[in-house]
Design a binder for this molecule. Structure first.
Ligand code: HEC
Ligand code: HEC
Ligand code: HEC
Length: 459
């Protein structure tokens, strides 16, 4: 133990070690029919030829979202961005050479609960601080399931190479003492809420994204679920605070959001949340989704400084038309008009005096529609009324416009980042336009300096 504690100062100094489950860059897009409610029977990884235990494990694997990081075929190699560099997931198929084919159930349990692989300590990007509380029954079921997974007999394309001293995996032992387990159980919960707590904390590990980090990059229990930056995204406050969290959501709203990834004119699951919905929460049973919603209603409400400006429905735009042809024709006119305006304004003044609306029409309308309700044919996200554009802090929205977004729900082309093509002033101008026109805010004064700051922070 001596050498370990000798390097402790290095560890606490290197708060750089951020194991946040940051943006998971997924290779394969998952096509997803919006608003269909897949039931638990349609779980793709359940098979009648497998044992009941293994099939239960298949469901546990969904609730614990193993695929989000280890890929759909569990072959690994997915980069997980952390402040100290990318950490790559490993092959967890039953390949004896490249996967976990040699694991006994006892090893498997240690890996999940303590982050101990047979020969080394894992980085907490593998969410063992959350899985720490997984029940023996669920681990046995998972283990049975992983024996049935098709073997992928090759190493992941990429593996983790961190520089010294971050490559010393035993440093994690010291980190574990302070930060594992990452959550505490509450008292006084109903049976349903206890199930919800287990799902939220231990299986779904919602807090790895939604709870801010402490100085050593463990989860800050005092600010449980109150929102945290996440690479280029921001995972919002999901405590039941009315002004800054989801206090105004009903339990059904939470269930609908986790099942479908959208809540009409209120919220949309983009980026990392889209991954969580696409791989995991949409497959959960009604009972489990209700249990999580029920639990999220009783966690302590935490007020942050990132106020949510309530939707003013009367200010939201009406859809131009539900007819696809109409929308496309209409749009051609709008675009031609906007282009002429922009050409004229730069000819006249030499300066960039583009109108915010024209900028939106030229750069955004082709996907999100002239009215913000999205192109009806391409199934892009409607951006009308979304919580992400109604925050007092515009950072998340600026981040999306500057760096783009990839749809996990549809296979349509992804949203490009505009930080190279547009000036900070133009991005500020579009941001203000989106917040006022589609968010229903009375006003918005994002400046070029705000945009420059966000781009710098998130680059
Ligand atoms: C947030 C991302 C993430 C999720 C979710 C996740 N893992 Fe991992 N897992 C990783 C990473 C990254 C590693 C490699 C860590 C390292 O190299 O230290 C890993 C490593 C492992 C290992 C060790 C394999 C070895 O010997 O190298 C096992 C076993 C494992 N994961 C199983 C699972 C199971 C089962 C689930 C679902 C219950 C799961 N993981 C969910 C990211 C994740
Ligand atoms: C991989 C990171 C990640 C995980 C895991 C995750 N979330 Fe999220 N969540 C996000 C991000 C990022 C957003 C913002 C999405 C957007 O604005 O498009 C979000 C948004 C939400 C929202 C919408 C809040 C609002 O005000 O619009 C809810 C509710 C939510 N998450 C609940 C959950 C629950 C419950 C879990 C666990 C089952 C969970 N999340 C797991 C990253 C994550
Ligand atoms: C090529 C198509 C395309 C263009 C052009 C485009 N977007 Fe997007 N946008 C998307 C996709 C795809 C998503 C959804 C992300 C997802 O599904 O995970 C998205 C998501 C969004 C979101 C929702 C963020 C959230 O909360 O999850 C906003 C806001 C947004 N775009 C604004 C804009 C603005 C403003 C512009 C113009 C500067 C723009 N988009 C241009 C495709 C596009």
């Amino acid at each position: 133990m001596k050498p370990l504690f000798a390097v402790m100062p290095a560890l606490s100094f290197s708060v750089v070690i951020g194991f946040g489950a940051s943006t998971v860059a997924m290779a394969a897009g998952v096509s997803f029919q919006e608003n269909t409610l897949p039931s638990s029977t349609s779980l793709p990884n359940i098979s009648p030829t497998n044992s009941a235990l293994a099939n239960r494990g298949a469901y546990v694997a969904r609730t614990a979202d193993c695929m989000a990081c280890h890929r759909d075929d569990y072959s690994g190699g997915v980069p997980i961005e952390t402040p100290i560099g990318n950490i790559y997931s490993t092959n967890i198929t039953p390949s004896t050479r490249y996967g976990i084919g040699n694991y006994t159930e006892a090893y498997f349990k240690k890996a999940l609960r303590k982050g101990r692989a047979p020969n080394h300590q894992l980085y907490p990007t593998m969410p063992y601080p959350s899985y720490h509380g997984m029940t023996d029954e669920d681990i046995s079921a998972l283990f049975a399931y992983f024996q049935t997974v098709a073997i992928v007999d090759k190493p992941p394309e990429k593996t983790t190479h961190l520089p010294f001293p971050l490559n010393i995996r035993s440093l994690m032992l010291a980190w574990n003492v302070i930060n594992v387990p990452s959550t505490e159980n509450r008292s006084g919960l109903t049976e349903t809420q206890q199930r919800g707590e287990y799902l939220v904390n231990n299986l779904e590990h919602c807090g790895t994204c939604h709870t801010p980090r402490n100085l050593t990059q463990g989860l800050d229990k005092d600010r449980y679920l109150s929102g945290a930056p996440l690479g280029k995204w921001f995972a919002p406050n999901i405590t039941p605070d009315n002004d800054t969290g989801i206090g105004l959501w009903s339990e059904m709203d939470i269930v609908t959001y986790l099942r479908t990834g959208t809540l009409n004119k209120r919220a949309y699951a983009g980026g990392p949340m889209a991954e969580a919905v696409a791989h995991s929460t949409r497959y959960l049973t009604d009972e489990d989704l209700i249990a999580m919603a029920d639990y999220l209603k009783v966690v302590p409400a935490i007020k942050t400084d990132d106020y949510l400006i309530p939707v003013n429905v009367s200010r939201l735009p009406q859809p131009v038309s539900n007819s696809i042809t109409y929308d496309l024709l209409e749009q051609k006119d709008y675009l031609a008009h906007a282009k002429t305006n922009i050409a004229n304004s730069s000819n006249n003044s030499g300066l960039n005096s583009n109108s915010p609306k024209d900028l939106y029409l030229i750069h955004c309308a082709s996907c999100h529609g002239v009215d913000g309700y999205a192109q009806p044919d391409a199934r892009y996200a409607s951006i009308v009324g979304l919580s992400s554009i109604r925050r007092v802090k515009p950072d998340a929205l600026i981040g999306v416009i500057a760096f783009g977004a990839k749809g996990a729900f549809n296979t349509a082309p992804k949203m490009p980042g505009f930080s190279k093509d547009l000036s900070p002033r133009q991005i500020a101008s579009i941001t203000n336009h989106v917040r006022v026109t589609f968010g229903g805010l009375p006003s918005s004064d994002v400046s070029a300096a705000d945009v420059t700051r966000v781009i710098k922070e998130k680059s």
